[in-house]
Design a binder for this molecule. Structure first.
Ligand code: PPS
Length: 575
């Protein structure tokens, strides 16, 4: 039998309000609207489906103050994380948000009306106090404190919601369960005890061993309940992770485990977050919840120390165990014993036993270099998924960005690189010649500083997209301005994934040579003033100070230049 919901009643607002659905839809069209942020959207989904029971809306001021200061709602119910609808001062005024008003809450992705909020109060939170109380310090190294400082709007709007529609998802729809659906599933399979496992990371053999052990010890089943809402910045994307979870589920004893995705926006709040996670899992019907070392930890603070002690989360959950009524399963770190080819909890391994582990950093390194990842660490099918999402450098895309004066040799070098890279094989090669871009992408742009900047940013955007998909991109604009080039570098390197590799190559052929060998007479026209604002004549070429390579056709032949660029790629592990 599924566990009782927190507070005794599952607040499934979607089921509750289904009878008045048409009426709410009609009304929603006549009200002012708030378009939800990503985090608010995640929160609303769990408010509406009962994942945050006993909440029926966003916290009003008495509940907010009580949660922040005492981990309890004003009526005394344990609830450790404040769930707020933050709104800007302008919107409060413009939309007429006052006590008693009704406001439609909309999904930013498709503008669908999801709920109607009846405003109870509008208040200005003390965000520093919230940071200190909830997250332990007003330190922006904490992702949620940084969010409070940089994203959260000035006012909080409290009030209950009436549910119209759950947000529409297009990914892994069959794996998304509401608490009611998961409870029905447990009932159908006659699952009485369910050990829930929270994760925001890919799972490997140690996680499988740990969850199976936890379940066997309690003659229970396992719910793998990963977060697919918002996790810690820099985490493996949820698409990759879900494919990993799907792969690992096949390794569970038949019928033992079930996978369900949780659209939670994590706060990385360590101990408070662990209590919150336990409440959520209870609402989804789990009877047991695994809590690990440094559960939902945000990493290091500005002083380089961990925000929370490794067992703070377990201690806080233990403190509230009578109210939580979900049994904590303390996570034991598992380690591999090669002699017996098995995993054991680290504290049960006799002293002197040889053990093996691969750290997260080591795993990332092996993915990057394509080095083997042993069977004892993970499963072949899991590694395959990760390698597809994190190809080794030799399979990643890259951008060679050639900048220099007109007739400096950028075009011929670019063409020669295209041929050389095509000969090499393994990647599709895209050549974005300055002139092609001008006619195909930027036909309406001229040569004013603003237009040149725009042109370079378009090249950067297209290059980044191509490189992300694994292509070798050669772009050859003049790109005379340093700020445009560094913005391009930023666009491409921030792409991550399979892209992110950017090389600025300065074709530093001197102006005198470029001019003297210009058979089309372009420089001549510029000298005569027939072309205005010509680079090198009456418009600046800002010499790059951050070039990854400088070449010059007066000093090297084009084959030599191409060779030096191929050596640069080789040295960076890209060939
Ligand atoms: S930029 O500044 O990077 O946007 O320039 P780009 O797109 O590479 O385009 C340069 C080509 O356009 C011709 N052209 C000019 N260049 C510089 N300044 C002015 N005012 C200008 N007007 C036209 C020029 O011949 C460039 O050709 P290539 O062969 O690419 O150097």
């Amino acid at each position: 039998m599924a566990n009782v919901p927190h507070g005794g009643v599952l607040k499934d607002l979607l089921a509750r309000d289904v009878a008045i659905h048409d009426q709410l839809v009609q009304e929603s069209g006549e009200l002012q609207s708030i378009t939800l942020t990503e985090r608010q959207l995640c929160d609303l989904e769990l408010i509406m489906n009962g994942g945050f029971s006993p909440l029926e809306g966003f916290l009003n001021q008495p509940d907010y103050i009580s949660v922040v200061d005492t981990l309890r709602l004003a009526d005394g119910t344990l609830f450790p994380i404040p769930i707020n609808l933050d709104v800007s001062e302008e919107d409060i005024e413009y939309l007429g948000i006052v006590s008693g008003a009704r406001i439609t809450l909309r999904d930013s992705r498709d503008d669908v009306a999801l709920a109607i909020l009846t405003v109870e109060d509008v208040y200005k939170p003390d965000l520093v106090h919230e940071a200190v109380q909830v997250f332990g310090a007003d330190d922006p190294a904490h992702p949620s404190v940084s969010y409070l400082r940089n994203q959260v709007k000035t006012y909080y709007v409290g009030g209950k919601v009436q549910a119209i529609n759950a947000p529409t998802h297009y990914d892994y729809v069959a794996l998304r369960y509401t608490p009611a659906e998961l409870r029905a599933h447990f009932k159908k399979l006659a699952w009485r005890k369910v050990v829930a496992f929270q994760t925001r990371n890919p799972m490997h053999r140690a996680h499988r061993e740990l969850t199976v052990r936890a379940a066997r010890a309690r003659q229970a089943n396992v719910l793998i309940h990963p977060v697919v809402g918002l996790t810690k910045p820099g985490d493996v994307d949820h698409y990759t992770r879900v494919r990993v979870y799907q792969a690992i589920m096949t390794r569970y004893p038949n019928g033992m485990g079930h996978l369900a995705l949780l659209p939670l926006a994590m706060r990385m709040g360590g101990p408070r977050e662990a209590v919150w996670h336990a409440i959520i899992r209870k609402n989804f019907g789990a009877t047991h919840f695994i809590i690990g070392r440094d559960h939902a930890g945000p990493g290091k603070n500005s002083a380089g120390k961990d925000f929370y002690g490794p067992y703070d989360a377990q201690e806080l959950v233990a403190k509230y165990r009578h109210e939580l009524q979900i049994e904590m399963v303390p996570f034991q770190q598992m380690t591999y014993l090669p002699a017996s080819d098995e995993y054991q909890p680290i504290d049960e391994v006799p002293e002197g036993t040889v053990t093996l582990d691969i750290s997260g950093t080591e795993l990332r390194k092996r993915l990057r270099t394509g080095a083997p990842i042993p069977d004892w660490f993970s499963y072949e099918e899991v590694v395959k998924v990760l390698r597809e999402s994190y190809p080794p450098r030799a399979k990643q895309g890259f951008v060679l960005f050639l900048t220099g004066l007109h007739n400096s040799g950028r075009g011929p070098i670019g063409r020669a690189l295209q041929v050389t890279l095509n000969q090499q094989g393994g990647r599709s090669v895209s050549l974005l010649l300055g002139e092609t871009v001008r006619s195909e992408l930027s036909a309406e742009l001229g040569f004013s500083p603003e237009d040149r900047h725009k042109n370079i940013q378009r090249i950067a955007f297209v290059s980044a997209e191509l490189a992300r998909a694994g292509a070798a991109v050669v772009a050859t604009p003049i790109a005379p301005y340093a700020h445009s080039r560094s913005a391009a570098r930023q666009t491409i390197t921030s792409m991550g994934g399979s892209g992110g590799n950017f090389f600025l190559i300065h074709v530093a052929t001197p102006l005198a040579y470029c001019e003297a060998t210009d058979r089309n007479g372009t420089y001549e026209k510029a000298r005569k003033g027939e072309i205005k604002g010509f680079t090198g004549i009456d418009d600046a070429y800002e010499e790059p100070r951050d070039a990854d390579l400088t070449v010059d056709v007066t000093k090297q032949s084009i084959p030599e230049i191409v060779h030096s660029i191929m050596l640069l790629l080789e040295a960076n592990g890209l060939l």
